[in-house]
Ligand binder design. Structure first.
Ligand SMILES: C[S@@+](CC[C@H](N)C(=O)[O-])C[C@H]1O[C@@H](n2cnc3c(N)ncnc32)[C@H](O)[C@@H]1O
Length: 232
């Protein structure tokens, strides 16, 4: 997919004036402005909801694909004692995640090069699959499945049925010139929920609407969780 997105994410990094707090990590991960804005309290509630759906408990391990500065993992670690790891193609963001969670295993690499070893209990991706084209998404989803021991979660995915409405809303928020300037050459991939179930047929799963409180994108997004085996 477009390496323009990669260029944009690679410009982000922890600055000397930044304290390492969950607020800072949320902002570095892009949830600090416009339609993508999520408050600290809403982020904490969101990650709690996902952790409950997955049955996450202290002692589990979690790997995040496209983890950015690690805002999702950091919030999960405020709820449970977890072993964490992650990858992202933006080296500055991976560096921030490593500083925020020094015992975590973080690597700067593209998602499609992810090693399926070592395994983690949960392998998750939040707000990332829209940067992949379908072929890459299929490859990454398959690798996530192999890497996971207990479950896989792909979260905050743009819903194909809402593509026109979503893009119209984004366009309406800006003048034509601003829109062209901001989004020229930048595309998102939209998915149908059944695309996911076709990739991993026959496995127990849940598909649900975005459960981020007060998030302007919620109406255009869905999430899917696959259970590899019952946790306990
Ligand atoms: C909206 S941010 C979400 C970050 C994090 N998952 C979170 O929830 O806080 C999207 C992230 O996806 C990463 N990303 C996009 N395409 C990627 C790829 N092909 N390989 C690795 N990371 C990717 C970006 O660098 C960015 O950090």
């Amino acid at each position: 997919m477009s390496n323009l997105w990669q260029h944009i994410w690679e410009k982000r990094s922890l600055q000397p004036q930044h304290a390492i707090t969950l607020d800072t990590l949320i902002a570095l991960d892009g949830f600090d402005s416009g339609a993508g804005k999520i408050s600290l309290a809403d982020w904490q509630e969101y990650t709690r909801r996902i952790s409950d759906k997955l049955g996450m408990q202290s002692g589990h391990s979690v790997f995040e694909v496209g983890c950015g500065a690690g805002a999702f993992l950091y919030a999960l670690r405020q709820q449970h004692t977890l072993t964490v790891g992650g990858l992202d193609y933006a080296a500055g963001l991976i560096d921030a995640a490593q500083q925020a969670m020094p015992d975590g295993d973080f690597k700067a690499q593209s998602a499609h090069t992810m090693a399926t070893d070592p395994q983690y209990d949960f392998v998750i991706a939040n707000s990332v699959f829209h940067y992949f084209d379908e072929a890459m998404a299929a490859e990454v989803l398959n690798a996530m499945w192999q890497k996971a021991n207990v479950g896989v979660a792909v979260l905050d995915i743009p819903h194909a049925a809402t593509k026109d409405a979503c893009e119209r809303a984004r366009r309406d928020a800006l003048t034509e010139a601003e829109y062209e300037e901001k989004y020229r050459g930048l595309h998102h991939t939209y998915f149908n929920p059944d695309w996911f179930t076709k990739q991993l047929p026959g496995h127990p799963h849940q598909i649900f609407e975005s459960c981020v409180p007060n998030y302007a994108q919620s109406q255009y997004r869905f999430s899917v969780i696959f259970h590899k085996r019952l946790h306990g």
